[in-house]
Design a protein around this ligand. Structure first.
Ligand code: 5AD
Ligand code: SF4
Length: 461
């Protein structure tokens, strides 16, 4: 019996007793902010809650609510505080209610202090490194009625085999590595997620096989910097090799990955995607800035021309590939000329889509100490120009698919348009087609009829 199953067994009895006392099954809700990593972590939290006997709900008006937080930009922090403010009212009305906060934001001292002071009703606080101890903390909270707050500065271990409650039956994320060693000067991730650690390839394949047996056909390999996967393992293996191995698993039809770093995206990886029909025709390649001067200050280790070359190589080698990116506007010292460079890259690469962010100052990062922070109105003007360029590029790229037939994985019923379902192409493009819930999880050939900017309306042929 692992430590986790030990605590889950104990919890089960306790939650059962409390449910009987309450005259109803205790409910639990997991609220997730941030990236795919956090989404996967939340599936682990929710798995433990389900195994412990809670009834899962989407409503924050539950007996147990856990917020899995993000701190990559300030607005993520503010959203968590907003939710906590609202939940205090619900907690006053429900004496059984317990509230937990975990995730990246809790790895920052100031935030934990703020929770203690401004949201003293929070029952449980833990961080990213001790997430695997959740069952134990939950047991402590429920068996003692005391508050539990435990944050670790770091961890070396990777804990396998936590119970997992998947959000989608047909697709799943798979962690291949944790942490990041890149220290881009604006980014807080290396501080809150710790040093890079790769999972053993055997464990990753075992998990992929188990998912495939359970009906999953699309997986996304998750890491902050997937290209450096395998470093430090006893038998080093490259990410391209891992991708090949994952693609070999029977029952898996699509393999995605997130996120590669342009500085070490190898031609081997480009070839691995090209030669592997199961590898999705989509590469998310964060640019951040198109200005060499800014890239240097960001500590990104590539130049504008190197990035463009890489993108061109990807397009040459992989027909129909989509390339998406992340862009930051307003990094300290950025001038309108630097923004021109970013726009030049957008135009020359022709991104299929891009997430554009306004630079957010993160405490403790080197960029936060830079003196030439950009005034808000200058940032706004640059942001609007970048956004317009991204939208133009995305439209032009989407239009190229007009009239083509491509395979879509049907993911959900379309909530806005009755009688329609929403699917995703291998390129990550969204397409809406007539259909019903029975089609969810199936792959269908779709004629892309009507382009609406970033997505299509089509029909199954
Ligand atoms: N401000 C704005 N955007 C940021 N990102 C990371 N840190 C910051 C920050 N301090 C963006 C980067 C990254 C994405 C996940 O978030 O573009 O690729
Ligand atoms: Fe942050 Fe850079 Fe690591 Fe990405 S690669 S998580 S942007 S430090």
């Amino acid at each position: 019996m692992t430590e986790n199953t030990y605590y889950i067994e104990k919890l089960k009895q306790l939650i059962e007793e409390k449910s009987i006392e309450a005259g109803r099954r205790l409910t639990a809700c997991t609220v997730t902010f941030g990236c795919q990593m956090n989404a996967r972590d939340s599936e682990k939290l929710t798995g433990i809650l389900r195994e412990s006997g809670f009834e899962l709900t989407e409503s924050e008006n539950a007996d147990f609510v856990i917020f899995n937080t993000c701190t990559v930009r300030d607005n993520a922090d503010q959203r968590t505080f907003g939710h906590l403010g609202r939940i205090s009212h619900l907690k006053k009305k429900n004496p059984l209610m317990k509230v937990a906060v975990c995730g990246c934001m809790m790895q920052e001292k100031g935030n934990v202090e703020k929770i203690k002071k401004s949201y003293p009703f929070v029952d449980l606080v833990f961080g990213t490194h001790n997430l695997y101890r959740f069952a134990e903390y939950l047991w402590e909270v429920y068996s003692t009625d005391q508050k539990v707050r435990e944050i670790w500065d770091k961890t070396d271990s990777i804990v396998e085999d936590l119970p997992i409650e998947r959000k989608y039956p047909f697709k799943s994320g798979i962690n291949i590595m944790f942490g990041c060693d890149n220290f881009c000067s604006y980014c807080i991730v290396p501080y809150v997620r710790g040093r890079e650690r790769s999972r053993e390839p055997g464990e990753i394949i075992r998990e992929t096989e188990a998912l495939a047996r359970d009906g999953v056909s699309e997986v996304m390999l998750l890491g902050q910097n997937v290209n450096s996967y395998g470093k430090g393992l006893e038998d080093p293996i490259s990410f391209a090799e891992l991708l090949d191995e994952v693609c070999k698993v029977d029952g898996i039809r699509r393999v995605r990955f997130m996120t590669p770093h342009p500085k070490d995206l190898s031609y081997d990886l480009i070839r691995a995607v090209r030669d592997n029909p199961k590898a999705a025709r989509h590469i998310h390649l964060p640019l951040q800035s198109g200005s060499d001067r800014i890239l240097k200050r960001m500590n990104r280790h590539y130049t504008k021309e190197r990035f463009i070359e890489l993108a061109q190589k990807i397009r040459e080698e992989i027909p129909d590939v989509s390339i998406t990116t992340d862009i930051i506007v307003g990094f300290p010292g950025e001038t309108p000329e630097d923004v021109d460079d970013t726009i030049d890259v957008i135009e020359r690469v022709g991104f299929d889509n891009a997430y554009t962010f306004i630079y957010s100052k993160r405490r403790g990062t080197p960029a936060a100490a830079m003196e030439d922070q950009v005034p808000a109105d200058v940032v706004k003007a640059g942001f609007d120009r970048v956004l317009a360029a991204v939208q133009k590029s995305a439209r032009e790229r989407a239009q190229l698919l007009q009239g083509r037939v491509m395979e879509a994985l049907v993911e959900e019923v379309n909530a806005q348009k009755e009688g329609y379902v929403t699917g995703r192409l291998s390129t990550n493009m969204v397409v809406h087609v007539p259909g019903d819930a029975s089609m969810i999880g199936s792959y269908v050939p779709v004629l892309l009829e009507e382009c609406r900017g970033f997505y299509y309306f089509g029909k199954i042929v």
